[in-house]
Design a protein around this ligand. Sequence first.
Ligand SMILES: C[S@@+](CC[C@H](N)C(=O)[O-])C[C@H]1O[C@@H](n2cnc3c(N)ncnc32)[C@H](O)[C@@H]1O
Length: 302
Amino acid sequence: MTQSSVAALFDWGVHDLAERSESSRADVSLLMAHAMGRSRGWLVAQPDALLSEEQIAAFVELCNRRKRGEPIAYILGSAGFYGREFLVNDRVLVPRPETEHLVEDALGFIRGPVRVLDVGTGCGAIACTIAAETDATVDADDVSPAAIEIATENARRLGVGDRCSFYRGDLVEPVRGNRYDVVIANLPYVPTGDLPERPEPASFEPREALDGGPDGLGPYRRLLAELPALLGDRALTLLEAAPPTISQLAELVRRALRDWVVTVCNDYAGLARYVRASASPGAAGGPAAGIGPGAVATGRSR
Ligand SMILES: C[S@@+](CC[C@H](N)C(=O)[O-])C[C@H]1O[C@@H](n2cnc3c(N)ncnc32)[C@H](O)[C@@H]1O
């Protein structure tokens, strides 16, 4: 290909990716916009525009990476989460839409300048979103130095660096002795035997972000041994896991937090996705109830 129009190359790309991607049209549009340094809207408006040889070569290379299974977010270097863009690379998990449910739940609960902990923050999607949407102060940690680096950069870019503190360390070790109003964790929860293999997109993600041990609940067992000491009197905790293990996780939470109200909540697909535990019945209703001195403008930006 020495010269080609946007429309012709678009069709070629869709055909090229069709076998490997269920979202080939959307992928091609994102990849071509990225290769050309243009918006997707510009591509739609300029179907007859010609690509240079360099742009064609760059686009073909991006398509090849996608064909090998690499997640589109790694190729583009960013992922959307709750209406914001987060820098990502192959050293952090790509934040998932399911996790937005936990954020939404927390936002309904938070009132005023409360303290929030995000355990296993990855690219900082949960921590930064909560800081951006509320007046909360957020601590977040991760065992991965690369995650702490990228989460810190995301907080800076999103203008919430002053209310987010990121620590490198194992589970609660960096924040032991603190008390929080909200503790959220999306820890690795894939059973080791079910870890994805190439060319599945998730196989490109760091193993330490996925591997939950033999039954997928290893990291949560360790967290639950320390969780009660971290939670304030009227706190909320939200723990994401896989649908097949969620009832077992709920049982572990009930044992760790006796007398708390423990429920299992669903994701967009109607699948059981996270365990919610609130300290008092007054806080169990989710969005209507909350803690803190007064209402906070949450300013949802989706
Ligand atoms: C499933 S990813 C979730 C990332 C992010 N919270 C999100 O929702 O997109 C799990 C994260 O937990 C981190 N992690 C794994 N084991 C950990 C541990 N023992 N202590 C702290 N973080 C851990 C991983 O490095 C990874 O970033």
